[in-house]
Ligand binder design. Structure first.
Ligand code: DGJ
Length: 731
């Protein structure tokens, strides 16, 4: 059943009935969510769409809907309680202190605070009539970026603790005709594989039960498109994400009216939470951007929001780097490393990043089987310590950064021998390892102190340390906490308290070291969301750096994350030419993981020039707007461009991604986007490999109008598989 036509008489009748009802619009520039109380003061979502010009008319919206069956009025609850008359997926389910399992939430009050000229915080208090049990719904909305962040706080004054069995962050309701959901599926080196489904009656769930490396199998990001499959430049879409670095669950339920209910939050799996009197339980946030012009505009809104309000130092600078992981793995010593510092300096990057393998003495970290947890320099490999390396790097003209994985432990380590009670493991069962390691119990404050000290000691001993790569390779197996046991706390708190413990450590790190760049890594892209990115400047999308795979991954990550936050390294994965690999990595924050001294003369010349080009245009990639022009999922080509704020400079990246029909050249021009139609631009090809010539003449001038209506042909072919073009405004 959908909206029904109704008569003027009915309208008057309904508006009369609604007279004392409260209507709460949550709006951004392009959208409005309308919440309204019914006669019994239950809060419902009555509209999700474009904002009305006359806000006075919001009160009339609900008059057009007639849901008369006995469940009407609960399907679209703004926060659906369980245990009374609800028969659909609940947002909240509790067992009161007296054992009663019913909950009914009624509107009490709300307020809307204008935090600045772009940001509004709406909070709505709901309460049960029969129990002193309250829920506050929060909606933070950013007008210009069309982004909303939603979370919930739960509190009670019952004498006995209340068991929270389910506690969603957000409960949304959409009454469009059709719903297309794109979710993203992962495994090691195969991150961000999109799957689009047309939703039918029933529930489609996306979840994680992995604990730490929570995104190993599925991501908490989604694209929800209304009335048509997601398209780049048209149609209404939401780009959403549960901002929580642990177990999550997103339920998309098409109800019997064929409307869509979205319930998103911490995964209730093995996570019942015993809430003490007067203690507030704050859920993580659901973050989403809304667009009525397709995913392109939604991404640009989300990127702008992320840079300005969320990712640490999102509008700042980043360090290009040379990493030694794939260049040496665990086999290095001081000489090898200092030689690599020279490579870094020769390439022209800002920093050298020392990866795994630098620590452990009783159990040296010479493979992934031992040493994890023992954060002292290995005296055989590094007799003069980290301090010496920092100084040598400085002498070579580069900064120095270091890898850590402080949440984890190898059973073959002194840490494990001395602090078995810090390790998450079932005491009565055989241990089960993932990459030969176990997870430390961050619900334990002592473990939090330890993890903090790993970072703090490194910085205290080496104040010039300029970068940290924070890895996390294992999920939680055999979830059991000795700390919770000792303190008579329920084991079902572990998954939640772990993540809270992690955030609290990161909070301490950032209090003391507010801006040092840190890369979030999780055995590739096993972690990455808008809560943890408050503490990190960037993340590692995948260990897979094969550039064609990367084009797809970077394309799909780019729906959600700005290029400045995405670390892209040139490695030896795959057999694409060096130029192709460098061009692909130049679409994010550029790094290298190769031995530069093994490059041929031409290759080294090329890399140095490409790094210098990157330094000249990185500002556009890091801070500009992204336009996805040609989708590699549907074409033999991929084409993306970045445009600076004033539309006077742009970078266009083009790649051949499929040569099945031995394409000789791209036949047609590609229409550009985001330029100023009235401006004139010259085009210059960058990153030419020594000995090759450009097809573009620097003296040719095009109008933005021409470039966006007719386009240009980057002349990608089997001989020119990647082409980088720079557009510069001609005055
Ligand atoms: C997994 C990461 O994804 C890699 O980049 C590397 O740091 C290894 N861990 C080191 O063990």
């Amino acid at each position: 059943m959908k909206k029904e036509v109704f008569t003027l008489g009915m309208l008057l009748m309904f508006t009369g009935l609604l007279a004392q009802e409260v209507t709460i619009p949550i709006s951004t520039q392009n959208s409005a969510i309308l919440l309204q109380t019914d006669r019994d003061k239950r809060l419902r979502t009555i509209y999700f769409g474009k904002p009305l010009k006359d806000a006075g008319e919001y009160a009339l919206v609900s008059g057009g809907y007639q849901y008369f069956d006995s469940n009407a009025g609960i399907y679209n609850a703004a926060y659906t309680p369980a245990g009374t008359w609800n028969i659909v997926e609940p947002a909240i389910q509790v067992v009161h202190g007296d054992g009663n399992t019913s909950l009914d939430l009624k509107y009490v009050s709300h307020k809307q605070d204008q935090l600045d000229d772009n940001t509004m915080l709406t909070s709505i208090l709901l309460e049960d009539d029969n129990y002193p049990f309250r829920v506050t719904l929060f909606y933070k909305s950013w007008t210009h970026e069309n982004v909303i962040e939603q979370w919930t706080e739960i509190i009670h004054e019952e004498t006995e603790p209340v068991l929270l069995k389910k506690f969603a962050s957000a409960n949304l309701y959409f009454d469009q005709k059709e719903f297309y959901l794109t979710t993203f599926h992962n495994s090691w080196a195969k991150e961000m594989q999109p799957a689009e489904t047309k939703l039918a009656r029933g529930i489609r769930s996306v979840d994680s039960k992995l604990g730490t490396r929570a995104m190993l199998l599925q991501a908490p990001h989604f694209i929800l498109a209304f009335d048509q499959p997601a398209a780049e430049n048209q149609g209404s879409v939401i780009l959403g994400q549960l901002a929580w670095s642990g177990n999550f669950k997103l339920d998309f339920e098409v109800d019997s009216y064929e409307n869509l209910r979205l319930i998103a939050g911490i995964n209730p799996y093995a996570s019942e939470y015993l809430l003490q009197k007067n203690t507030s339980f704050k859920t993580p946030s659901l973050v989403y951007s809304i667009s009525h012009q397709g995913t392109g505009a939604a991404s640009r809104g989300l990127h702008a929001w992320a840079r300005k309000y969320r990712v640490l130092d999102g509008e700042g600078e980043r360090l290009t780097l040379l990493n030694n992981w794939e260049a040496t793995y665990f086999r290095f010593d001081e000489d090898k490393l200092t030689a690599l510092f020279k490579d870094a300096s020769e390439l022209g990057v800002d920093l050298f990043l020392l990866d795994d393998g630098w620590f452990g003495n009783k159990y040296p970290r010479n493979s992934d089987r031992s040493g994890l947890g023992d954060w002292q320099e290995n005296v055989k490999k590094l007799p003069q310590g980290i301090g010496y390396l920092v100084k040598e790097a400085e002498k070579a003209g580069v900064k120095f950064g270091i890898w850590i994985e402080p949440e984890m432990v190898n059973p073959k380590s002194e840490l494990y021998e001395n602090h078995l009670d810090w390790v998450i493991r079932q005491p009565e069962r055989p241990e089960k390892y993932f990459r030969n390691q176990l997870v430390l119990d961050l619900s334990n404050p002592e473990v939090q102190d330890f993890v903090f000290s790993v970072v703090d000691d490194l910085f205290t001993e080496n104040p010039e340390l300029a970068f940290i790569k924070w890895d996390c390779n294992a999920p939680i197996f055999n979830a059991y906490s000795e700390y919770l046991n000792r303190n008579d706390l329920p084991q079902s708190h572990l998954y939640i308290e772990y993540v809270r413990g992690l955030y609290s450590v990161l909070e301490r790190v950032r209090e003391k070291y507010p801006l040092v760049p840190m890369m979030l890594c999780s055995g590739g892209g096993g972690r990455g969301d808008y809560e943890i990115l408050k503490y990190f400047t960037e993340f590692w999308p995948s260990d897979n750096t094969e550039p064609i795979d990367r084009i797809f991954m970077q394309w799909d990550y780019s729906y959600f994350f700005p290029a400045i936050a995405s670390d892209c390294h040139v490695t030896n994965w795959g057999d694409q030419p060096l130029k192709f690999r460098v061009d692909v990595a130049s679409m994010g924050k550029l790094g290298f993981d190769i031995v530069a001294s093994e490059l041929s003369e031409d290759e080294l010349t090329f890399c140095k020039e490409a790094v210098s080009n990157y330094h000249s245009f990185k500002d556009v990639v890091w801070h500009g707007d992204l336009y996805r022009l040609v989708d590699p999922h549907k074409n033999d080509l991929a084409s993306l461009m970045f445009v600076d704020e004033v539309k006077s400079r742009a970078l266009m990246f083009n790649y051949l991604v499929n040569n099945r029909f031995l394409l000789t050249a791209v036949e047609e021009p590609i229409k550009l986007d985001g330029l100023d139609p009235s401006k004139k631009y010259s085009i210059r090809e960058l990153n030419l490999f020594p000995g090759t010539r450009s097809r573009f003449k620097a003296d040719k001038i095009y109008s933005g109008d021409f470039l966006m209506k007719v386009g240009i042909n980057p002349a990608v072919s089997l001989r020119r598989t990647s082409v980088v073009l720079e557009l510069t405004e001609v005055q």
